[in-house]
Design a binder for this molecule. Structure first.
Ligand code: SF4
Length: 516
């Protein structure tokens, strides 16, 4: 009896966070399970500062405290043209029939714009990762693991890059508890720009970090290839003409052979009697010359001569020269045929060096790109409007511009609001998590006031940008905010409230003209 009483008392002394389905009881001075909310003297506080992006700011990145309660705001009007409240640190209202934490209005070019701001809880989310490398990282469909747990898989390779599809609802919720937890933690780190070590089944060990070179089996990748083997032949054919008798560009996908390739033919390249072991696709283009690997051109080759058969004695001549090079120019070797028409390696002649340098020069730096992908579900949309499908239609009609932390998103066609965003264009540490497990990502919907009203928006919860900037919280919020962090907008991002983002821009332009 006594113990039941004390438990009831201790629960009573705590406050309950209802910002996600976990519904933590939080004691004074402690944080909830996600570390995003805390109990400060009986008040639920969103502990990370609200992130404001500015177009021009003298000191980027500083944290500014809100005005103390009772202190007067000096009345300076804050322009939506230069100040944008992101959802980073804004908090979540849950369940989402409650209006989003901030619904903010401001004037841009004489147009009253409204931005609805919330930290969405995404159970349906993941990361698409592009790794610029030719090296084979593992067979497509094979699992990618962190701490032994499957968090995603290798997906279809792209031009010069290997691709991973990570996260998703199956790994977050469909496996063991540990799988969900590890997947969520890996996604959180990746999306917040941290390095994550992972391994591919029957493949490579990888270190992936957004905007940084990939590390594959402990080797930092430097260059993204100039093109496939066939493309490299085409690009450099005329530069090699007259300097060497034959060129083979070794590539796991399409190995190019100059004397047989159309690029060589049109400039009168003479046959050399070369024989390539591989599946001939079209003249001078060969598939499957070797197994995929981390050697020459994404093959498992350490000795390129392995892919050559005997030279045709009716065509080839002793002394004939041969350059073999990979698609990044990283590996190369020069040979001359001896009396028995066997290629013998020689020092690379000086006249060939500029062409090898040119290949390297045309390779871009190898990077990892991380795109967060998530679906704004029915309940998140309800925080914006009482009729969620209208928001979806408004986004598709380009009446509503969607951003994540102020960064532009790509919205997939078809149903729903499924977005992708480059995490390097978002403010630092934009993402959080809740232990359900799910990722917490900022999302903002910006539109004209009249369009917001049309889609059934929560008009009676709109506050001015000025009020939001001095720390006023909406009456729908159960929490207060800790402070502000002001950061510069990433220079390539469009300004979210700019009229250029909307399909009514032409009407605005013409009315400006009409006004004279
Ligand atoms: S996990 Fe975080 S958001 Fe969810 S209830 Fe606990 S403190 Fe609140």
């Amino acid at each position: 009896m006594e113990s039941a009483m004390s438990e009831a008392t201790s629960v009573r002394d705590k406050i309950r966070c209802d910002a996600c389905p976990v519904m933590c009881y939080i004691a004074d001075g402690k944080a909830g399970a996600c570390d995003r909310y805390a109990n400060e003297a009986g008040q639920l506080v969103r502990v990370d500062p609200l992130t404001i992006v500015r177009r021009r700011i003298d000191e980027g990145g500083e944290v500014v405290k809100f005005l103390d309660e009772g202190q007067d705001w000096d009345g300076d009007l804050i322009s939506a043209d230069t100040t944008f409240i992101t959802a980073v640190g804004a908090g979540t209202t849950y369940p989402d029939y409650k209006p989003a934490p901030f619904i903010v209005s401001g004037q841009v070019d004489g147009v009253d714009m409204i931005t609805v701001v919330t930290e969405g809880i995404f159970s349906y989310c993941g990361a698409k990762v592009k790794i610029d490398t030719d090296r084979h990282i593992g067979p497509e469909e094979n699992l990618v693991r962190v701490d032994g747990e499957p968090i995603g898989h290798v997906t279809t390779g792209e031009y010069g890059s290997q691709m991973l599809s990570l996260g998703g609802v199956h790994h977050l919720t469909g496996g063991s508890k540990k799988e969900g937890r590890v997947t969520c933690a890996a996604l959180l780190s990746l999306c917040n720009g941290e390095a994550v070590d992972m391994s591919v089944d029957d493949g490579a060990d990888l270190t992936v970090q957004a905007g940084k070179p990939p590390i594959i089996n402990d080797v930092k990748e430097e260059r993204m290839r100039v093109g496939c083997g066939s493309a490299t032949i085409g690009m450099f054919a005329s530069q090699w003409k007259g300097l060497v008798d034959e060129v083979v560009v070794v590539d796991d996908h399409i190995t190019g052979v100059m004397s047989e390739h159309q690029a060589g033919k049109v400039i009168g390249w003479a046959p050399t009697g070369i024989k390539i072991k591989g599946r001939r696709s079209t003249p001078g283009r060969y598939f499957q010359v070797a197994q995929p690997g981390t050697g020459w051109g994404g093959t498992d080759l350490t000795d390129p001569l392995t892919i050559l058969g005997d030279f045709n004695a009716k065509v080839a001549t002793p002394g004939q020269s041969l350059l073999m090079v990979s698609t990044t120019g990283e590996q190369f070797a020069y040979f001359e045929l001896d009396e028995s028409l066997s290629p013998i390696e020689q020092d690379i002649p000086d006249q060939l060096r500029p062409s090898l340098d040119r290949i390297s020069e045309n390779c871009e730096p190898a990077l990892c790109s991380v795109l967060f992908m998530g679906g704004a579900g029915g309940s998140l949309r309800a925080g914006v409007t009482e009729n969620p499908v209208k928001l979806t239609r408004s986004v598709k009609q380009m009446l509503t511009f969607v951003t994540c932390g102020g960064a532009p998103v790509y919205t997939w066609p078809g149903g729903g609001i499924t977005v992708m965003v480059d995490v390097t264009r978002m403010p630092e540490s934009s993402f959080g998590y809740v232990p359900t497990p799910a990722l917490v990502a900022p999302i903002e919907f910006t539109m004209r006031r009249e369009d917001y009203a049309m889609l059934g928006g929560h008009m009676d919860h709109v506050m001015s940008l000025d009020e939001a900037m001095v720390g006023k919280t909406g009456r729908q919020n159960d929490h207060i905010l800790k402070g502000q962090r002001q950061v510069d907008m990433e220079s390539n991002n469009p300004w979210p409230t700019s009229t250029d983002n909307y399909n009514w821009r032409s009407r605005v332009t013409s009315s400006r003209w009409d006004d004279g």
